[in-house]
Design a protein around this ligand. Structure first.
Ligand code: NAD
Length: 501
């Protein structure tokens, strides 16, 4: 048995168990054992945290850009120095392999680096002599208190998509991490404090629907950044906007990759396999549907089959592991059910990971890589986001049919094409109704100085996350029109609407 640690909130500069009596177990998905007990916030904990954030935001928003940037540079240094420790926490509670955990931290560090450039990003604009004797300038101010509600699948990267930019722009930030893998958030909080961030500017509050709803409706929370599944994203968007808050709510996905017959099929199979089974398929940018066009299909399926069978599934701490377990026993059971339904409805189960056993870890939440061929759009394996190591293959005859299939899907997060034809790639990039597109790149997560966001049911709200869109989301614009009249002209007022001269 592993030791079961208590996991507290981080309120106003310190770890704090709060006054809530409810707790929830946290598991190691590789062993199925309980590794911790998470304190869930009650209303008093929520009010204490929001009050501390509101107070901290008042002074942090007045702190100079030079001082804010010093904290951000230091935070970047500290996160980089604690990659191993953060990755170990991720692997222990999420299950992904250590190299993958380090990869997500790396993508988070990119956003901190972007936020280190905040003085440049907040420079504003100045129009000298816009009208005679009148100057106009615009700049942006923080919104106040921001709450970030994040999913289990990237316990460090997704919080880092949000908090470096929210804090750099002068806000206080409350993180409500996933209750399934909450420990890395507490280490991030201690690193912010070590970096010199004042108490209350970054806090962590654990909880479930009750805490989330409390944040969405709290009068002193000004903006909500949410990342998670589509039904919850929709609930978050509707509830928080109804309470007058600014909201960006990123939802689920069903990412398709088109493979054309002119593609290098070995390269495509390598990348498809990595994009479908990496992190046990629990990435919002995972490829879960391969659209095999024309005579690419038979060869592609046999190449993907070969690769799927070669994947080493093991506890994420093993150095040669390619893939770990899925997040919960319920998730494992759901994935197995969906695969079974597809097989019963006529899909061809080319690789079946349902009965995978990992010796010595029999109680872990294991599902092996699974490949389903000849999937049709009425099967639950196609209509639902499976969020597991399952690649479904749909066969079509033309690139136009493939694009139409993508556009008929209610999600629009990411998509990719494998081809050696520039004209087909261009037809694809212009024709698909999707936010993030890869050309021979299967997981096209944009770099930090662009921005991340899907279309349709993959994003509710009108701002993407991070990049300049993040800066705009966490700030409000001010435009100042100023005149400093010479005493002789001081009373040139008119009852007509002011016009430029
Ligand atoms: P989830 O929606 O279950 O949980 C996300 C957050 O919402 C968690 O903090 C959770 O505590 C909270 N939550 C859960 N149920 C709630 C409820 N009923 N009311 C209020 N809050 C609730 O998502 P998950 O399972 O943790 O993460 C996986 C999902 O997130 C997948 O659908 C995946 O595609 C999506 N995701 C999307 C992106 C993106 O950028 N679009 C990125 C990562 C993950």
């Amino acid at each position: 048995m592993t030791a079961q640690k208590p996991i507290s909130h981080f309120i106003n500069g310190h770890e704090n168990p709060g006054t809530g009596e409810r707790t929830q177990p946290v598991y190691n998905p590789a062993t199925g054992e309980i590794s911790g007990h998470l304190r869930l916030a009650n209303r008093d904990d929520l009010d204490t945290t929001v009050a501390a954030a509101k107070k901290a935001a008042e002074s942090w928003s007045q702190t100079s850009l030079a001082k804010r940037t010093t904290v951000l540079f230091k935070f970047r240094e500290l996160v980089s120095a604690h990659v191993d420790e953060l990755a170990a926490l991720i692997t222990a509670e999420h299950g992904k392999v250590l190299s993958d955990a380090k990869g997500e931290i790396g993508r988070g560090i990119e956003v901190i680096e972007f936020a280190c450039g905040i003085p440049q990003l907040l420079k504003g604009a100045y129009s000298d002599q816009a009208s005679t004797g009148i100057d106009v300038f615009s700049f942006r101010e923080p919104v106040g208190v921001v709450a970030g509600i994040t999913p289990f699948n990237f316990p460090v990267m997704v919080p880092l998509w949000m908090c470096p930019i929210a804090i750099a722009t002068g806000n206080a930030f409350i993180l409500k991490p996933s209750e399934r893998d909450p420990s890395a958030a507490i280490l991030l909080a201690t690193l912010w404090t070590k970096a010199g961030l004042p108490d209350g500017v970054f806090q962590v509050l654990h909880g479930d629907k009750e805490t989330v709803t409390g944040l969405l409706t709290h009068p002193d929370v000004d903006a909500i950044s949410f990342v998670g599944s589509t039904p919850i994203a929709q609930y978050v968007h509707e509830t928080a906007t109804a309470h007058g808050k600014r909201v960006q709510a990123l939802g689920g996905a069903k990412n398709h990759a088109i493979i054309l017959p002119d593609a290098d099929l070995d390269n495509a199979a390598d990348h498809l396999s990595a994009a479908a089974f990496g992190s046990a398929g629990e990435r919002c940018m995972a490829i879960s549907v391969a659209i095999a066009v024309g005579d690419a299909a038979d060869s592609l399926v046999s190449k993907v089959q070969e690769r799927a069978l070669a994947i080493k599934v093991a506890e994420g701490t093993e150095p040669d592991a390619d893939m770990g377990p899925v997040i919960t026993r319920a998730s494992k059971e759901r994935i197995i059910r969906i695969v079974g339904e597809a097989a019963e409805s006529g899909a061809n189960l080319v690789v079946d990971g349902r009965d995978l056993v990992v010796t010595g870890k029999e109680d872990g939440f294991w599902v092996g890589p699974t490949v389903l061929d000849n999937v049709t759009t009425d099967m639950t394996a196609y209509t639902e986001e499976i969020f597991g190591p399952v690649l479904t293959v749909v066969r079509v005859e033309t690139v136009e049919e493939a694009i139409e299939l993508i556009n008929s899907n209610p999600y629009g997060n990411g998509t990719a094409i494998f081809t050696s034809s520039g004209s087909n790639a261009r037809k694809f990039q212009r024709g698909v109704h999707v936010g993030m597109i890869g050309i021979n790149v299967p997981v096209p997560v944009p770099v930090a100085y662009h921005s991340f966001g899907g279309w349709k049911n993959s994003l509710f709200g009108d701002r993407n996350i991070y990049g300049e869109e993040g800066v705009a989301f966490y700030t409000r614009g001010k435009v100042v029109t100023s005149r400093w009249p010479e005493p002789a002209h001081a009373s040139e007022a008119s009852y007509a609407f002011p016009s430029n001269s």
